[in-house]
Design a protein around this ligand. Structure first.
Ligand code: GLA
Length: 724
């Protein structure tokens, strides 16, 4: 007989009480995240706004009854689908598990085995174990509840409990949820180099819409929102949302059934992938976040962003104020040398920069992108005395020093490749597809892992490096590992990602002081798994300020501002000659950096930069750590308004960017009220806005709104709001 459980959460501490074989449970408090039914075989999982209900039916199948508004807890309707849909029997949903048993049988038949409630980092986890009715396969599904973020994390673990024969796993997703019958719209983020995170909205009609990555390049995101059609108020309305916490190939399916229900299932992409699970082995799928809020798109952003900032980002640096950066890439490309770097650092210090980062070009043979990757020793032609003396001189000016690396790659024109041509992914008799003249090192190999670990361990040990920019510029091709056993060949991508995480984690543990920036030709690998291992992201190689306003608006709807590095550069994709002030204001919406050849700046440019950096330092606590409200979206109007409110609600910063200007009353936009309704303030507190007359209650500013005067195309302004 199963045990009944009561779970009580008090001050983030989990008290787990086995109630034994009791006939009835005491009434469980509303705040409890996992409530177990009297039969011990039904669960209501609740967050602030949502309920997820699971049952074991009389046939022993674990099924999902509902997911949505908390009031659904009163629903008495039947199940919508299996908690873990499999390939087997009637295939009525997108399967999460598809296997082949050693005797060739390809159908799975699951039945409930056990369940337990545990906790991970203070958050309750429901684990339900099912097993195949005949074959030695067990699958545990986990649901970790994050009540204040209105989210649950889902993942599964599969075990081969047999004594002989491998089970071939042809598909294993992380989690699935079912939405009730309705007409739905999906919003997701697509992208390509230079145009990261472009929002797309589409109606879900009968069939399956798949979002996926097959080449390790993800300029969009696995994050999504699903809303009933027409419910697109920014601040209200039902939204189901989610994101996969994984950096390899991923896939999310949105299947709309004829009866109107929708299933969302996601996880690793098993396209050209399989795992042969030997007796005793376990495989764990990455975690997938699912959320539900009644507060529209803003509710989604609040949940995802707060969770990432407060729980996912690497703990030691999570709350540290991010430094103002200088990065040499746009100033020098590969043409770096000690004298020029020192000259750049001198001006960087004068204008207020705190961290000086040398980008690509510093290592042996790296005169252009055709050679050098893999040979991580300093280029003596450019730095005759090595890096050390330069770093010391830069440190003497009071700046910290950072450096660019691209560990996962090799140029065929390198000593490493000449010595180990078998260390890259490749297939015999097939072309090795280069991208930017480089190939991908097979990080699934232990010798490759050890080589990279040793090199970067030494680099960090021997030099006073405080910041690593970790790049990855080529898409995955030719994923062959000819010397691996045949039954492991199609699991290489999984092993690669495991070793990538291991490498970053090991280095971070050994060098806890060092900041890590994640880059992949701009934002080609920004996801929640990287977010949990890196402090920030290089969001895009597109540094044109207007283009950037769009990319940043979308980025800030998914990720925290303190992870968004933006540099002021000379890029001008639309030939508008935007002012230096405008460029700074755009980059000040996250972690500010400068990327010009500042040795060529005149006094006026230096003065503007000095003033802007000083202004940034005054507001950066609010920008980096506050809540972000995207009040006017550049995707909807010809301007963008973003507001940051610090946690105490005593201070806010508002950025206003114009992208065009039309004659008065010439368009709907110019006929609309100029009043902007602020968000996130205390209704009863009184606020003053710098450079605007008067004192206003939070309620007034949020319900009536305030004009934020700004004239001219490509003009910008920052308003600072303080309580009286
Ligand atoms: C990638 C990055 C750039 C820069 C170059 C260096 O393109 O996105 O920021 O570091 O590599 O080669």
């Amino acid at each position: 007989m199963p045990l009944n459980h009561i779970i009580i959460i008090m001050k983030n501490k989990l008290l787990y009480i086995f109630a034994g074989i009791m006939a009835a449970l005491p009434v469980v408090a509303q705040t409890d995240a996992i409530q177990v039914g009297n039969d011990g075989k039904s669960w209501n999982i609740t967050t602030r706004s949502s309920v997820y209900r699971l049952i074991v039916n009389s046939a022993g199948n674990v099924q999902t009854v509902c997911y949505g508004d908390r009031l659904l807890a009163e629903t008495t309707g039947g199940a919508m689908g299996d908690e873990i849909p499999v390939r087997g029997g009637y295939v009525s949903a997108t399967p999460m598990l598809e296997v082949v048993f050693p005797d060739g049988v390809r159908d799975v038949e699951l039945e409930y085995k056990t369940s337990e409630i545990t906790a991970i980092d203070g958050y309750p986890v429901l684990k339900t174990v099912q097993r195949d009715k005949y074959y030695p396969l067990e699958i545990a599904s986990f649901i970790r509840v994050l009540p204040e973020y209105d989210m649950i994390e889902k993942w599964v673990e599969v075990v081969n409990t047999g004594k002989k024969g491998a089970i071939r796993i042809e598909n294993l997703l992380s989690g699935s949820v079912f939405l009730p019958k309705d007409v739905y719209e999906l919003t997701h983020y697509s992208g390509v180099w230079g145009h990261e995170f472009t929002p797309q909205t589409t109606k879900l009609t009968q069939g399956t819409k798949t979002l996926q990555v097959k080449d390790f390049k993800s300029y969009g995101s696995s994050s999504f929102m699903v809303r009933p059609e027409g419910e697109n108020d920014k601040y209200r309305g039902k939204v189901w949302f989610g994101s996969l916490i994984y950096s390899g190939n991923w896939r999310i399916d949105f299947e709309k059934f004829f009866n109107g229900n929708v299933q969302i299932a996601g996880g690793m992409n098993f396209w050209d992938q399989e795992i042969n699970l030997k007796p005793g082995q376990t495989v764990t799928a990455p975690r997938m976040l699912f959320g539900y809020t009644g507060q529209g798109a803003e509710g989604v952003a609040m949940s995802l962003v707060s969770y990432t900032r407060e729980k996912l980002l690497p703990a030691p640096h999570r709350d540290r104020t991010r430094p103002v950066l200088y990065n040499s890439w746009y100033a020098t490309t590969f043409n770096v040398n000690e004298e020029h770097q020192l000259a750049l650092a001198k001006v960087a210090k004068e204008i207020g920069v705190e961290m000086f980062v040398i980008d690509d070009g510093w290592f042996k043979g790296r005169v252009n992108d055709k050679a050098g990757l893999g040979d991580w020793t300093v280029d003596k032609n450019k730095f005759p005395d090595g890096l050390k003396p330069m770093i010391e001189k830069i440190n003497e000016t009071g700046l910290d020093f950072g450096i660019w690396i691209e560990p996962e790659m090799v140029n065929p024109n390198s000593d490493l490749y000449r010595a180990h041509p078998d260390w890259v992914f490749h297939f015999p008799n097939r072309q090795r597809h280069e991208g930017r003249n480089q190939l991908i090192l097979n990080l699934a190999r232990e010798d490759v892992y050890q080589y990279l670990y040793q090199y970067f361990h030494n680099l960090l040990k021997e030099n006073n490096i405080k910041f690593i920019k970790w790049d990855m510029n080529k898409a995955m091709t030719d994923p062959g590992f000819p010397s691996a056993p045949a039954d492991e060949q199609r699991a290489v991508r999984i092993k690669y990602v495991e070793n990538l995480y291991r490498l970053v984690e090991t280095l971070r543990k050994e060098f806890p002081e060092v900041w890590f920036e994640n880059c992949s030709s701009g934002g080609g690998r920004i996801d929640l798994a990287m977010m949990s291992r890196f402090d920030f992201n290089w969001v895009s190689d597109n540094t044109d300020p207007v283009e950037r306003i769009f990319i940043q608006d979308a980025y800030l709807s998914l990720f925290p501002a303190n992870t968004m590095i933006s540099w002021v550069t000379q890029e001008d994709w639309h030939r508008m000659n935007p002012s230096l002030e405008y460029k700074f204001d755009v980059c000040m919406a996250g972690v500010l950096g400068v990327g010009y050849d500042i040795t060529k700046w005149n006094d006026q440019q230096k003065r503007i930069a000095t003033e802007k950096i000083a202004q940034y330092k005054k507001i950066r606590e609010t920008v980096q750590k506050g809540d972000v409200f995207r009040i006017v979206s550049p995707f909807e109007e010809n301007r963008s308004v973003i507001q940051y409110v610090d946690k105490s609600k005593r201070k806010a910063v508002i950025f206003v960017y114009n992208m065009a200007e039309y004659p008065a009353n010439a368009s709907d936009e110019t006929q609309r009220t100029p009043l902007v309704k602020l968000r996130g303030l205390s209704p009863d507190a009184h606020y003053r806005i710098e450079n605007i007359d008067g004192s206003y209650s939070g309620r007034y500013l949020m319900e009536i709104g305030i004009a934020l005067p700004l004239r001219g195309a490509f003009a910008s302004r920052i308003f600072v709001v303080n309580t009286e």
